[in-house]
Design a protein around this ligand. Structure first.
Ligand code: PRP
Length: 183
């Protein structure tokens, strides 16, 4: 895989340090609240696994799989739920765990849809954000890193299903993705 990588953007140690720090903040903010971490499949699986081990509180996890309508390279903001939560979130303190926010359309739709179920609170954790691509404002309470508009993979993020298992966040060589604009 490494021959396809142009450069390492965020090394594994830096990711761990940041996720540990955010886990510490979540631990303070959610004391006595038994938060439900909602992992958005599939990219956020890796960060969820690390983050939950840095949260020193009773907490639970659940998963949603969503897909956005639209072309391959731009999301329309209309999200189809492929797999819904198992848990009833009414009255729960919910923390959405995402790997990356790009346009913000997915999360803004998801937020509205989860708020309609009347959780006690709803906040967002995102490991990465690409502010230059944002089309809708979205408040992220726990943010890892802002990244430039480059095609990033690794630590859960894929290109065509591959590279999720790279331990670092990396930028792919342009010839690997041949002009496909998303991420
Ligand atoms: C990524 C990411 C968000 C979405 C963000 O998922 O995990 O869900 O794109 O894009 P937006 O801010 O422009 O709406 P992706 O579709 O790559 O699926 P995956 O996590 O299964 O790889």
């Amino acid at each position: 895989m490494m021959p396809d990588v142009e450069k390492i953007l965020i090394p594994s140690e830096e990711i761990q340090q940041k996720v540990r720090e955010l886990g510490g903040r979540i631990t303070e903010d959610y004391r006595d609240k038994n938060p439900l971490l909602v992992c958005i499949l599939r990219g956020a699986v890796i960060v969820l696994g690390d983050l939950m081990r840095y949260i020193d509180l009773p907490c639970e996890i659940d998963f949603m799989d969503i897909s956005s309508y639209g072309t391959g390279t731009s999301s329309s903001g209309v999200v189809r739920i492929l797999k819904d939560l198992e848990e009833n979130i009414t009255g729960r303190h919910v923390l959405i765990v995402e790997d990356i926010i790009d346009t913000g359309l997915t999360l803004s739709y998801l937020k509205r849809s989860l708020l309609a179920r009347n959780p006690a609170s709803l906040e967002i954790f995102a490991l990465l954000s690409k502010p230059s691509r944002r089309r809708v404002e979205i408040e992220v309470k726990y943010l890892g890193f802002e990244v430039p508009d480059e095609f990033v993979v690794g630590y859960g993020l894929d290109y065509a299903g591959a590279y999720r298992n790279l331990p670092d966040i990396c930028v792919l060589k342009p010839e690997v993705f041949q002009g496909d604009g998303k991420r």
